[in-house]
Structure formats: C-alpha cells, structure tokens
Design a protein around this ligand. Structure first.
Ligand SMILES: C[S@@+](CC[C@H](N)C(=O)[O-])C[C@H]1O[C@@H](n2cnc3c(N)ncnc32)[C@H](O)[C@@H]1O
Length: 279
C-alpha cells in the first residue's frame, strides 16, 4: 500500500463512520505517522507505507471510527502557536477561543495581571504568556487533573512564571485583583449537551462543558463575584454560547458595577464573547 492509497482507504473508513472533513483528517494522520508534512505525502505518492506505520494507522483508525477525537488519540492539539498536550481530562481548545487571546494580547495593560478562569489545558494562559512576556498570568481550574495537563504544557514551553492554582471560581483567590479576567467557563445547557456530536459528548469532560440553568449558572456566579477580583477599570471577557450574549450582557448590567458592556462576534459572525469593564 502506498501513501495515497492509505490516505484514500482511511478517508473512506472515516466517512463510513459518519465523520466529516475526512480528506484533511486522513492526510493529517498519515503525515503524523510518516513524520512528514501533508504536502510531502503528495510529492511522493508511490512511497510504500512501512509495516509498523500500517499497524499504527490501523490502531488510530479503529479508535477514530468509534468517534474518539483525533486530538486525544494523537495526544496534542494546536492552539495559536502552541502544540498543547491534551488528555480526556481537558477540553480540546477550540479555534474560536484564539480570538479571545488575540484581544487580550492587544488590550492587556503593559506589565498587567491576567486571570484565566477555567484554564483546562492552559490554552488561554499559556498562549497569552507566549506572546506577552510582560504579563503576570494566573490560570485556575476546579479540576486537579486538568491542572496537571496545564502544568505539563507550562513546562513544555518553559513558561514557569505562569501561576496555576486549583480554585472553584474565585475561592482560591481571596483578596486578589486582576487587570483582566478571561473566562471560558462551561456554558452548554443540558438540552444542547444531549445533542452534541459523539466526539464531544462521549469523550470530552462534561465538567468542562455543561452548567445548570441553561448553561448560565457558572457565568452568572462569576459575574456576581468578579467585581471583588478586578482592579478599577479592569476588563472581564467571557466566551459564551452563540445565543447567550444578551442574557450575559443583562446579567453584567444588573450587577450595576460594569460599564462598556460589549457583545463580540467570532469569525463566523456569531455572538461568541461578552466583555465589560469595572466602573
Ligand atoms: C470550556 S473549558 C475551557 C478550557 C480552556 N480554558 C480552553 O479555552 O480551552 C472550561 C474549564 O472550566 C473548568 N471549570 C468548570 N467548573 C469550574 C469552576 N467552578 N471553577 C473553576 N473552573 C471550572 C473545567 O474544568 C474546564 O477546564
């Protein structure tokens, strides 16, 4: 079997398992196993797949046919410029979250402090630290298993100055205030959760995805507690579900302590973030 036959066979099997975007994914798997770029696969279409590579490919395809996310199978996910370790203890970082980091890169004050609330793999905290070495960044998560993954990623990139703490929302941060708080907390409702793709529902941690009260409980608790953890004029930014922007904007308004409340779309023009400043 040559590279191109292997790519085609893999794509067919993944398609039969109900997976979308199989061409790119099959090329990715092959290039990963062959240790070359996707383009190189096509530069050497007749190159034969080694027996060990074929065996490794078979194992990956069998797991993927059961709809296990490729990132958990390979053990990593790209987020901005970082190749992050991911395990089933953490959410696979999503491309739209990169917009949140880009905004923080542009707006966090020089030498300022940033809190990443619900850090998971450390994606937001570490990608920001990688771009803005002047910031003092803290990542917190309620999950000790997630924090172990974040710590491994911190070590991988030598970002030792990023602080990682176990904390249920702000419980471990008494008396501490930040210039910016970035919160990608769970926001999926129970109904939406039951309708998610098998990759998400059956493999990603429920703790990272769902929250009671139509997905809004943790974000609303965070809004109530946040004024005590922001410096005057400090910014809070939430990643949200695409139908939640107005409700979260209203919750920020109701607290009476925030100004400049802004609903921000993602690249697909869907409401995805809500930002506000402490008065
Ligand atoms: C949507 S994931 C975001 C992970 C990561 N920040 C990212 O963007 O890829 C939400 C994270 O919040 C954490 N979490 C859930 N409830 C929490 C709580 N009460 N306090 C702190 N973190 C919490 C989960 O363990 C999970 O890692």
């Amino acid at each position: 079997m040559n590279y191109i036959q292997a790519v085609k066979n893999t794509a067919l099997r993944l398609q039969n398992a109900g997976i979308e975007g199989v061409a790119t994914e099959s090329e990715l798997i092959l290039s990963e196993l062959a240790g070359c770029s996707r383009a190189e696969l096509f530069l050497h279409p007749d190159r034969q797949v080694l027996r060990e590579t074929a065996e490794a490919l078979e194992k990956i395809v069998r797991r993927r046919e059961k709809r296990e996310p490729l990132q958990y199978i390979l053990g990593y996910a790209w987020f901005m410029k970082l190749k992050l370790l991911v395990t089933p203890a953490v959410l696979i970082p999503r491309p739209e979250t990169e917009l949140l980091v880009e905004r923080l890169i542009k707006t966090a004050p020089p030498g300022g402090t940033v809190l990443d609330l619900g850090t998971g793999s450390g994606a937001i905290a570490l990608a920001l630290a990688h771009e803005r070495g002047d910031l003092r960044i803290t990542g917190v998560d309620v999950s000790s298993e997630a924090l172990r993954v974040a710590a491994a990623n911190r070590e991988k990139y030598g970002l030792d100055h990023v602080e990682l703490l176990q904390s249920d929302l702000f419980s471990g941060l008494r008396g501490r205030r930040f210039d910016c708080i970035a919160a990608n907390l769970p926001y999926v409702s129970a109904k939406e959760y039951s309708e998610l793709m098998p990759e998400v529902r059956n493999f990603e941690p429920e703790l990272a995805l769902t929250a009671p009260e139509d997905g809004l409980l943790l974000i609303c608790d965070c809004i109530k507690a946040a004024p005590a953890h922001l410096l005057p004029g400090g910014t809070i930014i939430f990643e949200t579900g695409i139908t939640q922007g107005r409700k979260i904007g209203a919750a920020l308004n109701d607290v009476g302590k925030f100004k400049n409340i802004e609903i921000i779309p993602d690249y697909s023009r869907r409401d995805r973030f809500v930002a506000a400043k402490l008065k």
